[in-house]
Design a protein around this ligand. Structure first.
Ligand code: GDP
Ligand code: IMO
Ligand code: MG
Length: 430
């Protein structure tokens, strides 16, 4: 048996949370390795709904270890309030069950303020971020002025670091016409929660090494999706981290061979929240129908998600750059009752056919999708638990997708409920 790495293959919200929760019954440890509380993962277990942002989606299963790796940016206040909320739903969360890398970077109140001020300054060109401070925190990490979880253990150093951080940011905030922030205020707020947060901090890489030595199974849980990857996505309309499976290794502190099978979570159509190019977007009755049937509203910001046809060219590219071995196809049920279904098989750009999604910002906006059309199905697939229950046209749709993206379907999801999931190939067996 091998480990499994789950990543999104589109623009996020593919149903990663549901699939990670389902797969976590087979795993011992579940690890988040990038992003932060910009993520929103919804789990539905016997009609009870859990909304997770920072906590790994294995948290609701008893007896599992949940890990937040060094590649995640952690807002300690958001963390504590999420812990309280999920605990309120009867989930056991303690330093025994939740481990946070002591070398992860922390999101400070100034980062959310910067996120907000930068978005405001962009005006019409805004990126549509979640305003959680994710981008500014990764910027500070790479600029080597970030505050890390381990810094909370050293109040003198922490104060020095906060003072330096705020010399930088207050100059920018002033320039952007936003209110400046007193580093002493941040320090006081941090000191109020330092002990509680430090209770969860540890050397995550050691825990993972130990788990590996004991033959335990690790499930790595990505946030966002490959088209939001800072290198491979629709730059600059992306998030500020790498999302591809390779990030699981550097964002958790394991070697590249430890990431195991790469499972790309893939929605049976396409959605995107926030601004940026979206070639197969349907701003019409069909897009509205997908949005209504799929309840396409963001878990984190409540924003309406843009909807469109399945883009096989884009997912094939995600399969390649991220090293996806197989996919979990989700939300097939949302397509029930469509007379016809379109799938994008390439793009036209200035009269030339492309079999890839180009990198240039203008080109990404200009490409016109080339579609193939498939017959839809009128039967309901909602809640189907066996492949043989699916109508022939749905099976055809799945087979065409597999061929076009160059990866097989390992798992099929037919409703938000945990158990409405069909296993075709177990990723823990490669
Ligand atoms: P994530 O960010 O990738 O974890 O996905 P989100 O949780 O943000 O969005 C996926 C939404 O679709 C959630 O509300 C899930 O409960 C729901 N969902 C997941 N799989 C299915 C499915 O197969 N069918 C339907 N109808 N809903 C699903
Ligand atoms: P999950 O894990 C969908 C999008 C934002 C915005 C861009 C940058 O639930 O799939 P950021 O706040 O990260 O700087 O915003 O990325 N975005 C997501 N879209 N699902 C997500 O996470 C997202 N996380 C960020 O809407 O377009
Ligand atoms: Mg989501």
């Amino acid at each position: 048996m091998t480990n499994v790495t789950v990543i999104g293959s589109q623009w996020g919200d593919e149903g990663k949370g549901k699939i990670v929760d389902w797969l976590s019954s087979r795993a011992d440890v579940v690890v988040r390795f990038q992003g932060g509380h910009n993520a929103g993962h919804t789990l539905v277990i016997d009609e009870k709904v859990y909304k997770l942002h920072l906590l790994p989606s294995g948290i609701v299963r008893k007896g599992k270890i949940s890990v937040i790796g060094n590649g995640v940016v952690v807002d300690p206040w958001a963390l504590l309030s999420e812990i309280e909320e999920v605990r309120g739903q009867g989930v056991d969360i303690s330093p025994e069950t939740l481990k946070i890398a002591d070398n992860c970077n922390l999101i400070m109140p100034v980062h959310a303020a910067m996120d907000e001020a930068l978005e405001a300054a962009r005006g019409k060109e805004k990126l549509g971020t979640t305003k959680r401070g994710i981008g500014p925190t990764y910027e500070d990490k790479v600029a080597r002025r970030g505050i890390r979880l381990c810094d909370l253990r050293d109040p003198v150093l922490l104060k020095e670091k906060l003072n330096k951080l705020m010399v930088h940011h207050n100059a920018l905030l002033k320039g952007l016409g936003a209110e400046t922030i007193d580093p002493q205020d941040i320090y006081d707020q941090l000191m109020n929660i330092a002990d509680e947060v430090l209770g969860y901090s540890t050397q995550v890489w050691k825990i993972l090494e130990e788990a590996r030595k004991q033959g335990k199974k690790i499930l790595f849980e990505g946030a966002q999706g490959v088209m939001l990857d800072v290198d491979h996505g629709t730059y600059p309309f992306v998030t500020s981290s790498n999302i591809v499976a390779a990030q699981a290794a550097s964002g958790a502190g394991v070697g590249p061979k430890a990431i195991g099978t790469v499972l790309g979570i893939t929605k049976a159509y396409t959605t995107r929240v926030g601004t940026g190019p979206f070639p197969t977007e349907q701003e019409n009755a069909e897009g509205e129908r997908m949005g209504e049937r799929g309840h396409e509203f963001g878990t984190t910001t409540g924003r309406k998600r843009r909807c469109g046809w399945f883009d096989a060219t884009m997912v094939r590219q995600a399969v390649t750059v991220a090293g996806i071995d197989g996919i979990a196809l989700t939300k097939l049920d949302v397509l029930d009752g469509f007379k016809e279904l379109k799938i994008c098989t390439g793009y036209m750009l200035n009269g030339v056919k492309l079999d890839y999604f180009p990198a240039g910002q203008k080109e990404q906006e200009m490409v016109e999708p080339v579609y193939m059309t498939l017959e839809g199905w009128s039967e309901s697939t909602y809640g189907a638990r066996s492949f043989s229950d699916l109508p022939a046209q749905a099976v055809k749709y799945i087979t065409v997708i597999e061929e076009l993206i160059g990866a097989p379907v390992f798992i099929l999801s037919t409703s938000p409920e945990r158990e409405d999931t069909i296993l075709l190939k177990d990723p823990f067996y490669g």
